[in-house]
Design a protein around this ligand. Structure first.
Ligand code: ATP
Ligand code: MG
Length: 363
């Protein structure tokens, strides 16, 4: 029998990338169809654990398999400089070397603008030297300095304008990605083909779990695939956790069959891990006013009206609008339609419900 095929770790490619064919097809077609194809400029938004990093990695693999040069970056400070450094050894043009510091003065916003032309030249030369294209992926865009993203996107836009083979795919949390693309002079990024990562259909999850488990030498009792899939709520990180623990419990019991007991205990362990790794850290980052708002939401349902949430707190919607905005910005809640809010993370409502008393003590 093989090792556990599931990968419940951030950024790790799962055994099967479920339900993201649209993104990957569009990107592949973009590579094939040449400059100007929509799949060459894409943005991927999703809450934590929906599979953004995994998709960026898969796009990288697709590009590499066509002989493209790939640069994978995370949008932290010094982004443009790091991209330039990775591009430069590839064409060794001395004149394009950019010196970021003068006598120890660190790089500032003026330097960031000055780096633009070097960046553009380095991209051009990498493409013409290799004879193949260049893909840049950018993760965690919500953390980016606007100046840096602007400089990078202007350089990319210029290279695209020259009909060269370049692709740019960036990913981030839904609300924060909005503020990046709506920033001044970033209209170019606003035109990127948008993908909003949502839950995967439970039937697809069920089918895929069955396939992965069988390929690993285990079997599932009839009906168990559906039960496991239901518990994941179609949320990619939960798919890996549920698959991993159900599989591992059968292994520990020295049985090749995942039955009722393994499924139930696997789901329970997966939920515990999910709370510890996703829900609790998310709650620890926010102030008591936000927790109070969430508790009020939890008492009403998965989706509720903003005026009822405020009413349950004896406030007007205006009085709690900054709290609501903060929760939206953190991607803990979503606004599915006007005047409504819902939980963006699965099991968040259940967690709040179960821990109501202890959370209220801290308010
Ligand atoms: N399409 C998918 N099908 C099945 N599992 C997936 C899929 N996408 C991601 N996963 C799994 O979900 C988990 C989270 O994936 P990933 O780290 O890419 O999410 P993310 O959106 O980048 O999260 P974060 O915002 O925290 O960086 C990983 O364990 C990964 O293996
Ligand atoms: Mg990620």
């Amino acid at each position: 029998m093989q090792t556990n095929p599931f990968k419940p770790t951030a950024g790790k490619t799962p055994p099967t990338i479920i339900g993201r064919e649209d993104v990957l097809e569009e990107f592949s077609e973009g590579l094939a169809n040449g400059p100007g194809a929509p799949g060459r400029l894409m943005r991927i938004a999703g809450v934590r654990g929906t599979g953004k990093t995994v998709l960026l990695d898969e796009c990288s693999r697709l590009a590499q398999s066509r002989g493209w040069t790939v640069i994978k970056e995370v949008a932290t400070e010094g982004l443009c400089q790091r991209i330039l450094e990775q591009l430069q050894p590839k064409f060794q043009a001395k004149h394009a070397r950019f010196e970021p510091t003068v006598a120890g003065i660190s790089i500032g916003s003026i330097d960031i603008e000055r780096i633009g032309p070097s960046l553009r030249d380095a991209m051009r030369q990498t493409i013409s030297k290799n004879g193949n294209g260049l893909l840049i992926t950018l993760d965690e865009v919500q953390d980016a300095e606007l100046d840096e993203v602007r400089t990078l996107s202007i350089a990319i836009q210029q290279v695209i304008g020259e009909d060269l083979d370049i692709a740019f795919v960036f990913a981030g949390l839904p609300s924060m990605i909005e503020s990046i693309i709506n920033g001044k002079t970033l209209t170019f990024l606003r035109r990127a083909l948008p993908f909003d990562l949502k839950a995967v259909a439970v039937t697809e999850v069920s089918y895929s779990l069955e396939e992965t488990i069988e390929a690993s030498g285990m079997e599932l009792q009839p009906g168990i695939a559906g039960q496991l899939a239901e518990a994941t709520q179609g949320y990619p990180f939960m798919i890996q956790l549920v698959g991993y623990y159900a599989w591992q419990l059968a292994r520990r019991a020295h049985t090749p069959i995942i039955g009722e007991e393994e499924a139930e205990r696997g789901i329970a362990t997966a939920r515990e891990r999910f709370c510890a790794m996703v829900i609790e850290p998310a709650l620890q980052r926010i102030p008591p006013t936000c927790i109070a708002y969430l508790l009020s939401m939890a008492s009403l349902g998965q989706t509720s009206s903003t005026s009822m949430v405020a009413g349950a707190l004896n406030k007007t919607p205006q009085q709690v609008s900054s709290v609501r905005s903060r929760l939206l910005r953190e991607s803990i809640i979503e606004a599915p339609s006007y005047g409504k809010v819902s939980f963006a993370i699965p099991y968040m409502r259940d967690y709040l419900y179960e821990h109501k008393a202890e959370l209220e003590v801290e308010l």
